[in-house]
Design a protein around this ligand. Structure first.
Ligand code: IMP
Ligand code: MG
Length: 174
């Protein structure tokens, strides 16, 4: 099936919002070190941009969980594909995600990370689709709340493509 991408949030809008979140995190974590946990692959573009705008000391780690296949619906099955390299015990952890949709992936992930004894654990997501929530997840930092549309860009993919778009777009099928 052919598809095209319609701009939802421009590069300028996204960059401006990431700067605001960076400022907020820098203020909230004054005097501390933040440990950013990026959920691959979608969260990677956002995490890099965000990390550059945080002024307190930052360390980074990555993990990968499976949620979506080449489909546009959540399977509800969450599997750790790549675990963190370092312990998060006693660290001030911020999980950085591309999008919270049903909340299934995040609720599972946050519960698992909480069991590892971080000093604090927050969630920062670039996008949120509140209408789609099936499991309640507390989001501490949100870039944008968006309507229930399938979006790509800034790390988000459709069948592994479009992650490199510097803006957020809606996939429309022709
Ligand atoms: P959840 O478990 O339903 O909240 O799904 C979260 C994951 O599904 C995200 O981290 C994305 O990888 C993927 N996802 C959800 N909505 C979209 C979308 O609109 N475009 C691309 N990926 C999405
Ligand atoms: Mg993701």
């Amino acid at each position: 099936m052919a598809e095209h991408v319609k701009v939802l949030l421009t590069e300028e809008e996204v960059d401006r919002r990431i700067q605001e979140i960076g400022n907020q995190i820098s203020k909230d974590y004054e005097g501390k070190q933040v440990h950013l946990v990026c959920v691959l692959k979608g969260g990677s573009f956002f995490m890099c941009e965000l990390a550059k705008r945080i002024t307190v000391p930052v360390s980074l780690d990555f993990m990968s969980v499976s949620s979506y296949g080449s489909d546009t619906k959540s399977s509800g099955v969450v599997k750790i594909v790549k675990d963190l390299d370092e312990s998060i015990k006693d660290k001030d952890v911020i999980v950085v995600e591309d999008i919270v949709d049903s909340g299934r992936t995040l609720s599972y992930l946050l519960e698992m990370l909480r069991d590892r004894g971080p000093r604090s654990l927050s969630l920062c997501t670039l996008l949120d689709k509140p209408e789609r929530r099936v499991i309640d997840v507390k989001v501490d930092y949100t870039g944008f709340e968006i309507p229930d549309e399938f979006v790509v860009g800034y790390g988000l993919d459709y069948d592994q493509r479009y992650r490199n778009l510097p803006y957020i777009g809606i996939v429309e099928f022709d």
